[in-house]
Design a protein around this ligand. Sequence first.
Ligand SMILES: Nc1nc2c(ncn2[C@@H]2O[C@H](COP(=O)(O)OP(=O)(O)O)[C@@H](O)[C@H]2O)c(=O)[nH]1
Ligand SMILES: [Mg+2]
Length: 194
Amino acid sequence: MEYLEFVKSFKKIRKILILGSGAVGKTSLTKVLKSELPLKDMNGDCDYNRTLFVEIDQFKTKDKKGTFQVIDLAGQLGLPIHATRDTPKLAFSAVDLICFVFSKDNAQSLIDLNQWVNITNNYYQKTNSKVPPFILIKNKMDLENNIDDSLVELMMSSIKGYFEISCYDGKGVEELKKWFSEFFIECNNGYREK
Ligand SMILES: Nc1nc2c(ncn2[C@@H]2O[C@H](COP(=O)(O)OP(=O)(O)O)[C@@H](O)[C@H]2O)c(=O)[nH]1
Ligand SMILES: [Mg+2]
């Protein structure tokens, strides 16, 4: 077993990278998974604070024994400095799972995922390392639908899981959290798929 892999399973830590456009709810997702409360029940926590570069946070598995370290990047790829270009190792190395997030009220955020997927694949290709599994998350299910779901179906072939959630009212979050907990066990058993 690779040394880093050994440390992670020994320390019961797994690393998740969250990618997607600005304001789709990436930072909210970690907040909700961590606090186990939907945004609507967190006092004043619906305010939008743009992630400037990277936020590193964590949440626990359902049994509280495992920790997911979350790397939450700025959604604006056009910034002069972006973690995927300027500190790619910080963003991509030793990642166990990548969550691509888009939001139901923003069709462009789903289209933008193509770019995020390309950047991701390029990094692993260039460094000759294994691409971690992907999941796709559609957030803001409490809002009006603007999305043609055929685009989602196109992405389905390359992903390990697809979830529809609302960080605002908590819909689907419990199911996602359960999936993460099962994924954690799977990682430790060495059953990681491509
Ligand atoms: N209606 C609704 N708003 C949400 C939801 N999740 C996040 N938001 C709001 O969307 C805005 C952007 O969220 P944030 O997590 O900062 O997005 P990020 O830029 O992707 O990290 C904030 O004002 C959140 O309160 C959701 O499920 N429904
Ligand atoms: Mg953010």
